[in-house]
Design a protein around this ligand. Structure first.
Ligand code: ASP
Length: 414
């Protein structure tokens, strides 16, 4: 019994369940208890957001340092090229599969047909943000000032700079070895900080989930239940069928064991809704599983920033749902546009809560669909964001193991 209570996964799942229960209870507490002021925006905000801020503190240095370590330790650029191409191929193929799956399921189950939009909550007005053009998105990736990119938290730009820096460091030769060693020590140091934060994870998760459940309006959930079921179905198929098959086929390892290891990371991705926040923890998981350091230090930070199959699922289903809700027919060319822009939007979406929905503007605009339609989904986005983040992070971990196995760089331990 004492062993179970000490088990991190058990503590995390218990915190999640208790958080859901307590969040539900808070909805019914009387006004005189000042739930909003004292619990939700007071104590729980301190615990939940405090935990998030602590994790975020590690993310930026970790992305930079781990990628520099990963890239520089490949030594020869041939190996880096091979790992890089495999990583991007797995990311691209699995995201494409996710979006095709999402659009197909939405066309089969037609969640938006017959939706009377007047019944949807009155207060869900959506003011569309100006969508970025594809060229702007591409230009945005170049870090004209790497220090500014770091201070502003622009992970994609930091990633690009780390790639350049890592490649050059690796190619300098013997003289650069002490610096590579220092980067490796800094990396271990940051991972130690992560282990410390790990100790309070259940408390942070409990507070975050309680507040989320409390703030989600049940009414707005009901109206779009059908669409949510389609998203969940697509996410489940993507996780267990697409990723399960790819994992089994390309590694031969037990997917059940992978899932067992992944439970804890899933809990963190779910409660934080952030691929970035889950990154330090997925690195720990890869280390435990015996994946080569250079590989996971390369694959995971890139994955947390650009690989979002879960987000692509959400965008595919939402686009078809909105078209159906507005009674618009989708031509083949608009479906192809949705596919291409959803892939780009998932690449451009940062691994933080809610961005998937903002990037949705770009998908809808390109496909000529009404951007105001996003209002239909806003009420449930928080919840679906939690689920899609679990799939986003899972995709990164699967990719790291698949690439490591193909390079014979894994000595599976767990
Ligand atoms: N929250 C997601 C993630 O961090 C991104 C999104 O779809 O909003 O992976």
């Amino acid at each position: 019994m004492a062993k179970i209570l000490k088990n991190n996964t058990f503590r995390l799942i218990t915190a999640l369940i208790l958080g859901v229960i307590f969040g539900g209870i808070m909805k019914f507490l009387p006004d005189w208890m000042y739930v909003d002021d004292i619990i939700v925006n007071g104590f729980f905000r301190l615990l939940g957001n405090g935990f998030l801020e602590l994790v975020k503190m590690t993310v930026m240095p970790l992305v930079f340092v781990s990628l520099v370590c990963g890239v520089s330790s490949f030594g020869d650029t041939k190996k880096l090229g091979s790992v890089g191409i495999k990583t991007l191929t797995v990311f691209f193929v699995t995201t494409l599969m996710a979006i095709v799956l999402a659009i197909s399921l939405a066309l089969i189950f037609k969640p938006g047909i017959g939706l009377n939009m007047n019944l949807v909550s009155q207060n869900t007005q959506y003011i569309p943000k100006q969508a970025k053009s594809v060229i702007d998105i591409m230009l945005d990736i170049i870090p004209s000032n790497p220090i500014k990119a770091m201070s502003k938290g622009n992970l994609l730009q930091v990633l690009v700079f780390a790639l350049f820096f890592g490649i050059s460091l690796g190619s300098v030769g013997k003289e650069a070895e002490p610096l590579i060693k220092i980067f490796s020590i800094i990396n271990d140091c940051i991972m130690k900080i992560v282990s410390m934060i790990m100790a309070i994870t259940p408390i942070g998760v409990f507070a975050l989930i309680s507040n989320t459940v409390y703030s989600i309006g049940f009414e707005s959930l009901l109206g779009i239940l059908k669409m949510s079921i389609v998203v969940v179905l697509a996410l489940v198929i993507q996780s267990f069928v697409v990723y399960g098959l790819i994992y089994k086929l390309f590694t031969g390892f037990s997917f059940k064991k992978f899932l067992k290891n992944y439970t804890k990371i899933a809990g963190i991705a779910f409660s934080t809704s952030s691929s970035n926040a889950a990154l330090p923890f997925s690195m720990e998981m890869m280390e435990k599983m015996g994946v080569n350091k250079a590989i996971y230090r390369f694959v995971l930070p890139i994955g947390a920033t650009i690989n979002m199959a879960g987000t692509a699922v959400m965008q595919g289903v939402s686009a078809v749902f909105i078209a159906q809700a507005y009674g618009l027919d989708l031509s083949l060319s608009s479906m192809i546009t949705i596919t291409v822009t959803a892939i780009l939007a998932s690449v451009g979406a940062a691994g933080v809560p809610g961005v998937g929905m903002i990037m949705m503007t770009m998908v809808l605009e390109s496909a000529g669909l009404p951007v105001e339609g996003i209002a239909l989904i806003l009420g449930i986005d928080r919840l679906l964001d939690m689920l899609r983040t679990v799939v986003n992070v899972m995709g990164d971990c699967i990719c790291a193991v698949v690439v490591a196995k193909s390079e014979n760089d894994i000595s599976i331990k767990a």
